[in-house]
Design a protein around this ligand. Sequence first.
Ligand SMILES: [Zn+2]
Length: 363
Amino acid sequence: MKTQLFPGYSIGPDAYKEVVKVCIPYGTKVVVIGGEKAITAAKTKIQDAIEGSQLEITGFFLFGGEASLENIERLKAIPEVQEAHMIFAVGGGKAIDTGKVLAQRTERAFFSFPTIASTCAACTSLGILYNPDGSLREYSFSNVPAIHIFIDSEIIAKAPDKYLWAGIGDSMAKYFESSVSSRGDELNHSPAMGVLIGNMCNEPFIKYGMKALEDCKNNIVSEELEEIILGVVISTGFVSNLVSIDITTGLAHAIYNGFTVIPHIEKHHHLHGEIVSFGILILLIVDRQKEQFEKIFKFNKSLRLPTMLSDLHCTMDDVDQVIEKALKGIDVRHYPYEVTPDMIKYAFSFLESYNKNNIKQVC
Ligand SMILES: [Zn+2]
């Protein structure tokens, strides 16, 4: 038997007004788990939304900074959490994954409230768990996502735009990675539908990305911003829920993993999605998608997403190390052809000279 569950979602500056109607069938006692900034941003709006209803918030609890089993165990021991009928997780990916895995493992109703749009964690059933030192621990697989996602676009518009910027890069990889990784596969219904939804992670970003980012910088809620938030949270989340991890990942994330061993990356705080967006360019060169490459190169340039190694504080001297690490992970394990170190190295050199020629052309 196969069961596939999907969250419902509401988006808008007044999205929390739906909370009572959506949540009341699941009980009355609520605990809110999140990051400090996120709770500050969302607390009053959530309290206002449930005022006068039977829903009662019995506590706001900090998730602890890392989506770790240690934090989940700590939260599980809190009496209010034990007595709660439902869990609201408020914040970014790690806060939401903490609340999600806690809810899955204690069989509580779970609702997500993303306050930044940088990942699809609010929508996916998968939880990503880390060790307390921040290193990856495990993927917590489940087919139970949030029941409903409440996306307050005003809160996201006021959040730092760098999260949306990096979220755009990460989300667009869903299209390129799932379409390449699944090429030649005979997919049955769910993954086939997931790969098709992946198409929503390309053109809409090119169309609305620039304007959405501008609006986020100026704290303005606009249609374009909401389109991009839905792209980052919902389109990518649905792809993840429908398609196996072999297909939702690919060479762009392999390149990201490769860069994690380079000290300059950590030192200069480059964001996950920022590096993944660079990885998309490498993927497109390796896959010989000339037209798409030119389009994404132009797009990345216009958004100031990285297009050359110096944008990531790296040089060609780092490339062998990046490639070695990139090919060690699972990302290109399922691929339509073998990706060799030479192919990736060629792509890096091609991209470096393409940047130089492109600058010359502009001059
Ligand atoms: Zn990613």
